[in-house]
Design a protein around this ligand. Structure first.
Ligand code: HEM
Length: 444
């Protein structure tokens, strides 16, 4: 407990002293013609320079005249050799008049940025443009709420999959436990279902449309074309492979040679599932992407192993297998959990340092307080965890039913059950905070 509190104090200090400037969602830095420009002749091309390279997103720039007729021709392309610059050609021989450029880009962190700017050819009036409309203001509230809920369920699914580490490292006897295996299958099902839901929701989310547009084939095609859509398909394939591996890996009579092969394959597919989260969120907006993406992988991986293990431990404490040595299981997990908590706190601090634009973010935006709430959530989790550890240290006196009588439940086992149950619920709350955090613009 002292070590954990010292670590938390160190993290807060580091957070306060070390904050570095960070990036936000993609921004339009400049455009040609500029917003409000008055030209003597119609341009052949409209281009915008962005704050990050988002690749070519078809249909992301449209140019219309005052009657609303589209006057751009051909696909969005990269006019020069600057990766951050995209453009669209205009039809030849455009008459004098005002033109409005509408753009809708999906940032590398999957958040949409939409807006307009205007120019006029000749002496006519200039239409007013709405300027940039950030993700925070332009998204349908119902789509936003459902997307955040789906993201939380996806986190719960990943955490349940993380329970596999508990079975492999702490409770080998649990491999054949039907309920422990069912929890893993639920995890795989939840990740698969939320991935499909995230895919169909991304289109309306990026286009600012409502829930009725979830099956709009044009929007589904747009999502498939951007990196985010492809990473969601990778997540689906990885979780399907993981689910296929599970029954083989958990077989009782598996030869050691095959066991280590399946365990390695499970780790690879698990890593891929995590990567499809880390490579689609705020970490990718970090100028040194490797640092934040790695920190996020460590953060989410350690969370999955720790809280997935807590869920499996809660299950095992409720109905241990015959002759199961509960103190040994709990002691093994306690060691694993200590390592995970250290990794979570360190990687969380690095993520906050890299993603938050400045120290003031902690109290001037919605993002900062969510980070502080998560730190508080971890502190409460650690306080509850210390109760569990005390029960484990007392060795769950008399709980190991050497006689095979599983009915022997001591006060310590009850305390441990309560504490672990509370930890599982608290983790679910912190995961909800994380879902809110990852859809909140760091810069406010
Ligand atoms: C010292 C405590 C912690 C700090 C400073 C912290 C900070 C952060 C930060 C800055 C992010 C990135 C947010 C973004 O991408 O916008 C993050 C992501 C996340 N955190 Fe934490 N966190 C902490 C503890 C926890 C705990 C205890 C849990 C769960 C029990 C948790 C669950 C998550 C999850 C699921 C993500 C999202 C990962 C993803 O989508 O890739 N965090 N955290």
């Amino acid at each position: 407990m002292k070590r954990a509190l010292a670590l938390l104090a160190f993290l807060l200090g580091w957070l306060v002293l070390g904050a570095t400037p960070a990036s936000a969602h993609v921004e339009v830095l400049s455009s040609t013609p500029g917003d409000g420009a008055r030209l003597s002749a119609a341009p052949s091309l409209v281009s915008v320079t962005l704050s990050e390279n988002i690749g070519i997103q078809p249909g992301s720039i449209k140019v219309v005249d005052l009657e609303g007729h589209q006057v751009d021709s051909g696909p969005v392309f990269q006019p020069g050799d600057v990766a951050e610059q995209v453009g669209v050609r205009l039809k030849p021989g455009l008459p004098d008049g005002s033109y409005l450029v509408e753009y809708a880009f999906v940032s590398a962190d999957s958040h949409p940025v939409r807006g307009t700017f205007a120019f006029v050819v000749g002496t006519g009036p200039l239409v007013t443009s709405a300027g940039a409309v950030s993700a925070a203001t332009g998204t349908d509230a119902a789509v936003d709420a459902v997307s955040t809920a789906v993201r939380w369920l996806a986190y719960v699914g990943v955490v349940l999959l993380g329970g596999l580490a508990f079975l492999v490292l702490c409770r080998p006897a649990g491999r054949t436990d039907r309920r422990a295996r069912r929890l893993l299958r639920w995890g795989a099902g939840l990740v698969a279902a939320t991935t499909v839901a995230t895919f169909v929701l991304q289109g309306p989310y990026a286009a600012g449309r409502n829930l009725e547009a979830v099956f709009d084939t044009g929007l589904l095609a747009d999502t498939l074309r951007v990196a985010y859509g492809k990473l969601l398909l990778l997540r689906l394939a990885a979780v399907a492979a993981f689910a296929l591996l599970l029954p083989r890996l958990l077989r009782r009579d598996l030869p050691d040679r095959l066991r280590s092969r399946y365990e390695n394959l499970a780790m690879v597919t698990g890593f891929l599932v995590l990567l499809t989260f880390s490579a689609t969120g705020h970490p990718v907006t970090d100028p040194i992407m490797f640092v934040s993406v790695t920190a996020d992988l460590v953060h989410f991986g350690a969370i999955a192993v720790w809280t997935g293990g807590l869920a499996q431990l809660a299950l095992c404490l409720h109905r241990p297998a015959d002759g199961e040595d509960l103190p040994a299981v709990a002691t093994r997990f306690s060691r694993l959990a200590a390592g995970c908590v250290t990794a979570i706190a360190l990687s969380g601090a690095v993520l906050a340092l890299r993603i938050m634009p400045s120290l003031e973010t902690l109290w001037t935006t919605k993002f900062g307080p969510l980070v502080l709430l998560k730190i508080a959530g971890l502190a409460v989790l650690l306080a509850v965890a210390s109760r569990s550890r005390r029960a484990v240290r007392r060795g769950l006196a008399g709980s190991s039913s050497a006689s095979g009588d599983t009915a022997v439940v001591t006060a310590d086992v009850r305390k441990l059950r309560l504490a672990v149950g509370a930890e599982v619920l608290l983790s679910a709350v912190v995961l909800a905070l994380a879902a809110l955090l990852t859809v909140t613009p760091p810069g406010g």
